[in-house]
Design a protein around this ligand. Structure first.
Ligand SMILES: O=C[C@H](O)COP(=O)(O)O
Length: 317
């Protein structure tokens, strides 16, 4: 279990003076994108690692008890058993968590309890995705999700405050969210596609960690631009700087538009390069994704059989 980030109030004046060198970030992002992905003999192990870091997500207006039920069962058994046996996996593999809207938390908790599972239920909150509801409503939403059994809360930050460089006000809101989360882990969604510059992303990342976020997450998946490699370089550097200053490891969650097994491997490579092997674990790395799992399964099948799975060979659940 991840050690909670207690938060450390750094000098906000200092935070507002930090600057990101855009050219250096773009160069590093290009280098990372040029790194060769794991070779065939390691690929299956890396894919299973990626799978164990997925926050299997459904965030749709038409979510119901039954599709959340199916999502949870899929999270508990993401890979069919014969495939696991052929991969010589003798222990169960699950995704890192499931991620749902607050009003579906009860459904997820019920299914997982019935299955005797302690898989974490993450709930988005604080007026996801826009965050444009009054603070009291956003706080109540966090408390309700926790009361319903969510153990991870994916809050969206107030972009109005971030864009206005109101770091103190943003910090104060985040501290209140942290308190409302109580024992639950807090993941702070930056919505990087709406923050404008790498410098804003870096500063917002620091403010989130200072206020006690256990993870920083790129996006809601609803912005036109979601998780990109350059932005990930900036956020990883913020995590690394915060770790160097405070000694606390904060997790990283890219989310939005991550759909292929190769995408997932690239994210693992990035985290390993920028933060080190210690971050390659569900405690410190998650991929927020609604439709990545099918491609990972397809690639694992290909690895085992040496061919791509035909559509009819894949389980539909
Ligand atoms: O937090 C998770 C994201 O909303 C998932 O985005 P996606 O549907 O593009 O995979």
């Amino acid at each position: 279990m991840l050690e909670r980030n207690p938060g450390t109030r750094l000098d906000l004046e200092w935070v507002s003076r930090t600057r990101v060198n855009t050219q250096a970030v773009l160069r590093r992002a290009q280098q990372i994108q040029g790194i060769r992905l794991p070779k065939d003999q390691w690929k299956a192990a890396w894919l299973l690692k990626a799978l164990s870091c997925i926050d299997l997500t459904t965030l749709s207006g038409d979510d119901t008890q039954s599709n959340v039920h199916r999502l949870c069962l899929k999270a508990l058994q993401p890979i069919r058993e014969d495939l696991l046996q052929q991969l010589h996996m003798d222990c169960p593999v699950t995704t890192g968590a499931v991620c749902v809207y607050p009003s579906r938390v009860c459904d997820a908790v019920k299914t997982l309890r019935e299955a005797n599972s302690t898989l974490p239920v993450a709930s988005v909150a604080t007026g996801f995705p826009a965050g444009q509801t009054p603070l009291s409503v956003r706080l109540d939403e966090v408390r309700l999700a926790v009361a319903d059994g969510a153990t991870e809360i994916d809050i969206v930050i107030n972009r109005t405050l971030a864009l206005g460089e109101q770091w103190e006000a943003l910090y104060q809101e985040l501290v209140q969210f942290r308190e409302a989360c109580a024992h639950a882990h807090m993941k702070a969604i930056l919505a990087v596609g709406e923050l404008g510059t790498f410098t804003s992303v870096y500063r917002a990342s620091l403010v989130c960690m200072m206020a006690g976020s256990d993870f920083i997450k790129t996006s809601t998946g609803k912005e036109p631009v979601n998780a990109t490699i350059p932005v990930a370089v900036v956020m990883s550097r913020a995590i690394r700087d915060y770790y160097i200053i405070t000694g606390h490891k904060v997790g990283f969650k890219p989310a939005g538009g991550i759909r292929t097994a190769d995408d997932a491997l690239l994210w693992l490579v990035l985290v390993k390069e920028e933060l080190g092997g210690a971050w390659i674990t569900p405690e410190l790395f998650r991929i927020g994704a609604s439709s990545l799992l099918a491609d990972i399964e397809r690639q694992l099948y290909r690895h085992v059989t040496g061919k791509y799975a035909a559509f009819h060979e894949l389980p539909l659940a």
